[in-house]
Design a protein around this ligand. Sequence first.
Ligand SMILES: Cc1cc2nc3c(=O)[nH]c(=O)nc-3n(C[C@H](O)[C@H](O)[C@H](O)COP(=O)(O)OP(=O)(O)OC[C@H]3O[C@@H](n4cnc5c(N)ncnc54)[C@H](O)[C@@H]3O)c2cc1C
Length: 310
Amino acid sequence: MFSYHRPASTEEALSILSREACVPLAGGTDFYPARVGKPIQENVMDLTGIRSLRGIEERAEGIWMGALTTWTDVMHADLPEAFQGLQQASRTIGGVQTQNAGTLCGNLCNASPAADSVPNLMALEAQVELESVRGSRSLDLQEFILGNRKTAKADDELVTGLLIPKPAANAFGAFEKLGARKYLVISIVMTGVVAEWNEDQRIGKIRIAVGSCSEKSIRLEKLEKECEGKRMDQIRISRTEFQSLQRSCFSFLIVAGMNLPQSKGHVTRCETGIELNGTFGMDTGIGMITNCNESCSRRCLRKTNRPDTP
Ligand SMILES: Cc1cc2nc3c(=O)[nH]c(=O)nc-3n(C[C@H](O)[C@H](O)[C@H](O)COP(=O)(O)OP(=O)(O)OC[C@H]3O[C@@H](n4cnc5c(N)ncnc54)[C@H](O)[C@@H]3O)c2cc1C
């Protein structure tokens, strides 16, 4: 016999979690597809009755997104330009029904290597808020996701929201996703970038994260350092920049902030011998450098050229 709970407050939810093991249920867009054709065999705690967990607020410490904030909420929110990548990602998630029901925190807790929120939220340096009856804690997103479907969340903890430090006024965000077709597609590879530009068109601070190329999305910290203080046309990309990614044949990069207005049309050289223009292929006018070796059967370069191919 399994139980179903629908608490109306976070306190009630945490109290239930302290007494019995329950699977939290938010939009259900990962939960239900994982159980098709199988009876539900665990206690379920439906979070949708906790209204205080939904919403986006500007706070003194940063921008807070409650755990029930959906992709649609993010898409329509009035957010700084640094969030553009996250907003672009929200438009690529499934169809409208999935965007209306699915939450960002559900996406994080499910911890798929292909979770589209993760590179963007890493580039935004998001902190994950966790609560239990034992207290609350906040983890950097890089510490929260431990691996494929693994997070640092304890069984009695609930993710209550995300806190994103206020970005600089001149920060821009960008996202690109490569899939086998344009819509309703799992990412083969994706990148989230948040960059600040100096007045002389040099990159100030930059955060670049890549997903789907390793067990969990990761920041390319070496490349970030390489880019800082440079103009787009001064950036040289080498193989070593991709070393932290496990799928080297798929290692790729959208050149730092290339889809930002300041950088369109630049040609960037890559030591791998591939030289691509900033407007290469993509209908969004975004360039992508794909470091694809000869034996790679998935031919990502061809796919990059033809993003609509089913
Ligand atoms: C048709 C379709 C297309 C999709 N397309 C994409 C896509 O393009 N990109 C992409 O990244 N994903 C995609 N998804 C996957 C899914 O929609 C997203 O991962 C979504 O953001 C999950 O959110 P949810 O609220 O539905 O999570 P749920 O299914 O409710 O939960 C997911 C997991 O997180 C846990 N959880 C949820 N909230 C909390 C919380 N607050 N605290 C602790 N644990 C919690 C649950 O226990 C569960 O293990 C797609 C799904 C479908 C069905």
